[in-house]
Design a protein around this ligand. Structure first.
Ligand code: GAR
Length: 229
């Protein structure tokens, strides 16, 4: 008999994904929508926000996805906050975490508990431009190409094995806002693709690198979104 959680004949069960958000949640939405497509190897089982007013919570609820708010301000320090986060993820029987605009730094202890099971998206071509004010700094640098990266979370901020990247051009007239919007469009394509690679097992983490193979050949992990409307 086919496992009801299965992705189809011959496929393993879908990976149970918990998404962490802090705000708008447009990447969360892209992941939720991708999980609705036939044969997608993951399902979103919980959306957790550290901010009670995060806009993304509304969308998750409208999709009947269980949501949890764990307000970091209600905790004296990081450890009890992360314990609550860990318990919520464990209670939802999460296999993989996707950070999607989750703006809290996580301690080494939490990162180790979820070693190789936590993804993050960052709006630059890592390892360049880690941290905040990314688009402003890219424009200041005069670089002509930027992009976004999905990586496995390690203790050091915005570091870890790179799963997939998308390149996005920087235009001479760009402001941080116009550039952020162009990169965000690429993020919405990249994150579902990266989750699919990891959840399906097509991408494996070998040491500090991600190896992707399909039918013996490499899988494309970089694309350059067309400038056409
Ligand atoms: C996204 O651009 C994401 O890459 C960035 O925050 C935005 C969240 O938007 N994340 C980081 O900067 C993490 N270092 P969203 O809430 O609409 O997905």
């Amino acid at each position: 008999m086919t496992d009801p959680r299965s992705n189809g004949p011959g496929q393993g069960p879908r990976k149970r994904v918990g998404i962490l958000i802090s705000g708008r949640g447009s990447n969360m939405r892209a992941l939720v929508d991708a999980c609705k497509t036939d044969g997608f190897p993951a399902e979103i089982v919980t959306v957790i926000s550290n901010r009670p007013d995060a806009e993304g919570l509304e969308y998750a609820r409208s999709e009947n996805i269980p949501t949890v708010t764990i307000d970091h301000k209600q905790f004296a320090d990081r450890q009890p906050f992360e314990r609550a986060l860990h318990h919520a993820l464990r209670d939802a029987r999460v296999d993989l975490i996707c950070n999607a605009g989750f703006m809290r730094l996580l301690t080494a202890e939490f990162v180790e508990l979820w070693h190789n099971r936590q993804l993050n998206i960052h709006p630059s071509l890592l390892p360049a431009f880690k941290g905040l004010r990314t688009h402003e700094r890219v424009i200041e640098s005069g670089g002509r190409i930027t992009g976004c990266t999905v990586h496995i979370v390690r203790t050091e901020m915005d570091s870890g094995p790179i799963v997939a990247q998308a390149a996005v051009p920087v235009m001479p007239e760009d402001t941080p806002e116009t550039l952020a919007a162009r990169v965000l469009e690429a993020e919405h394509k990249l994150y579902p693709m990266a989750l699919k690679l990891i959840a399906s097992g097509e991408a494996r983490i070998v040491g500090e690198k991600v190896v992707t193979e399909k039918d013996g050949g490499p899988v494309a992990v970089m694309f350059s979104p067309s400038l056409d409307p």
